[in-house]
Structures are given as structure tokens and as C-alpha cells.
Design a protein around this ligand. Structure first.
Ligand SMILES: [Zn+2]
Length: 119
């Protein structure tokens, strides 16, 4: 049933709470690891590990800008899948309290005036 391989790959990739949470952050646009750290309260190594799974599955891409690496979703269609899963389960995951900018976040998007520091 190779015809289902791409879909199976997608569901396997998103089938983890940390990866669903990361994708929820990426709904707002590209983000670096330190932003996800602030938004989600996970450790950097943990986030990086899950970003690698999402990247290997072809769901996210990274872009280096100076010291920072920004991650973004390649095909926004994945958000439709997440929204459908939320609708089908009546569960919306964590409350989306994070806005585009988070106070006290060290990332260059939240603090553009701060001296650019690596995540
Ligand atoms: Zn930030």
C-alpha cells in the first residue's frame, strides 16, 4: 500500500504531543528554537530532537540568519490536518496564550533591539 506512504509518514511525524505543540507555535510563522523554548517551556535539546523528526519527515525547513536558525512549516496544509484533528477530538491542545511576540523571550523576533545572540 505504498500509495499511503506519504500520509503515514505525516501522521507518524505529527503523532507526538511535543511535535503538535511545536507546529502550533509555527502557525504564527517562523520561529527559532529559543522562541519555542520560551513559548513551550521545553528544554532546547528536547525541542531540537523533535524538530529533527519534523524536518526528516519533510514538514519543516530551517533557515540560518546570522547566529540563529529559524524553523518554518514547508506546506501550511499541515495546519489543516492539525485543525481537523482538533475538530475531530474536541481537544485543542494547550491554550494558545503565546502571541507573535513573547515578553522576556531572547529571540530576535521578540527582541529585535537586543544584541543578536545565538539561541
Ligand atoms: Zn521569541
Amino acid at each position: 500500500m505504498a500509495a499511503y506512504d506519504p500520509q503515514t509518514k505525516l501522521f507518524k511525524a505529527v503523532g507526538h504531543p511535543a511535535r503538535l505543540a511545536i507546529l502550533d507555535v509555527l502557525r504564527d510563522g517562523e520561529a527559532c528554537v529559543c522562541h519555542m523554548e520560551t513559548a513551550l517551556g521545553y528544554r532546547q535539546a528536547y525541542i531540537s530532537q523533535h524538530l529533527m523528526v519534523l524536518r526528516d519527515a519533510g514538514l519543516v525547513q530551517d533557515r540560518r540568519d546570522g547566529w540563529n536558525i529559524f524553523y518554518s512549516v514547508i506546506n501550511p496544509g499541515v495546519f489543516d490536518v492539525l485543525s481537523a484533528a482538533q475538530s475531530a477530538t474536541g481537544s485543542h491542545g494547550a491554550p494558545r496564550t503565546h502571541s507573535r511576540k513573547i515578553e522576556n523571550c531572547p529571540c530576535p523576533h521578540c527582541n529585535p533591539v537586543a544584541e543578536a545572540a545565538a539561541c
